[in-house]
Design a binder for this molecule. Structure first.
Ligand SMILES: C[S@@+](CC[C@H](N)C(=O)[O-])C[C@H]1O[C@@H](n2cnc3c(N)ncnc32)[C@H](O)[C@@H]1O
Length: 291
């Protein structure tokens, strides 16, 4: 399946960025996570928003023996964890570095099923139809142009079993005001859009995120074109303030855990408005499309 020139430029920019970033991934630290899996996972899935999201709805206990494709596997921590939990994992990324990490993991850890790697864009891959129980992505879809995302989701419908599930953890941009406030604050190496406009422009020129719609409404619309069941779980309405507080280590973890729990008592509309992230779950694929 061909992608447009604009989408290809975006893929190339992401590849350049992440090939560089993942050069420094420390495989020993992933192995040490695997050797303390229960303790690590318990902390991550209760206080780290991307892990809370990805492992929501009892995901951890549903994957043993299941075939899972992770798109945009990146530093490979999640594929390693899923494989250590007994899943048959197919990892995919455009970064060659992810392939190198997986090779090292397979050589150094006794997985029940070795992790396989598909290098390159998923639209070019040739997986067997209706063969996968899960297709997942953590911070993946928002790196795609919208037309490319549609092609990826078409491809997912083709390879997912009819009782399978696609799930993604992504940012949620549901309020223009909250989004502008976010851009106003400098964060890590990102300058403030309002107060450091020149530096911000320079940063944005090298940023691997395309400008696109990341609202829950968008993910509902695209999901409904291909699936009969679409679920959005908004996350982080209060957790997002952690970045403004002078908390570190265990205190920061405790705040995030409490904040993520506390938000559950609020109505979905409030949580969706204020969310900084969301889990997108697609089930019951409408058709197996020949692409
Ligand atoms: C923000 S990172 C997330 C990595 C990892 N999932 C995580 O949670 O840390 C986005 C990842 O998507 C990958 N990516 C971007 N475009 C892609 C594409 N078209 N196909 C496969 N992977 C892609 C990047 O190389 C990068 O590894």
């Amino acid at each position: 399946m061909e992608v447009s020139k604009k989408s290809q430029i975006n893929i190339d920019r992401n590849k350049l960025h992440y090939d560089e970033q993942y050069k420094n991934v420390n495989v020993d630290s992933i192995l040490s996570i695997l050797n303390n899996l229960d303790e690590h996972l318990e902390a991550a899935i209760t206080s780290d928003i991307s892990w809370v999201g990805m492992y929501s709805n009892g995901f951890k206990d549903r994957i043993k023996g299941k075939t899972i494709l992770e798109l945009g596997c990146g530093d490979c921590i999640n594929v390693a964890i899923m494989a250590a939990l007994g899943a048959k994992v197919i990892a995919n990324d455009i970064s060659n570095q992810s392939g190198e990490i997986i090779k090292a993991l397979n050589e150094n850890y006794n997985f029940e099923h070795k992790i396989t790697f598909i290098n390159g864009d998923f639209t070019q891959s040739n997986l067997e139809k209706a063969s996968l129980d899960f297709v997942i992505g953590k911070a993946f879809l928002h790196h795609l142009t919208i037309p490319h995302e549609r092609k990826i989701i078409e491809g997912i419908v083709k390879v997912l079993r009819t009782d399978g599930e696609a799930r993604f953890f992504e940012p949620a941009i549901n309020s223009k005001i909250l989004d502008e406030l976010r851009w106003a604050m400098p964060m890590n190496n990102r300058p403030s859009k309002w107060f450091q406009p020149k530096a911000f422009k320079q940063w944005k020129d090298n940023d691997p995120h395309p400008i696109r719609n990341n609202s829950s409404k968008h993910f509902i619309e695209v999901g409904k074109a291909f699936f009969n069941t679409v679920e959005i779980i908004p996350l982080g309405v209060f957790e997002r303030f952690n970045r403004l507080l002078p908390l570190k280590g265990k205190r920061s973890g405790a705040f995030k855990r409490e904040a993520l729990n506390f938000e559950k008592i609020f109505h979905n509309s409030i949580r969706r408005f204020g969310a900084r992230s969301q889990v997108i779950i697609y089930r019951n694929p409408k058709t197996i499309i020949d692409v």
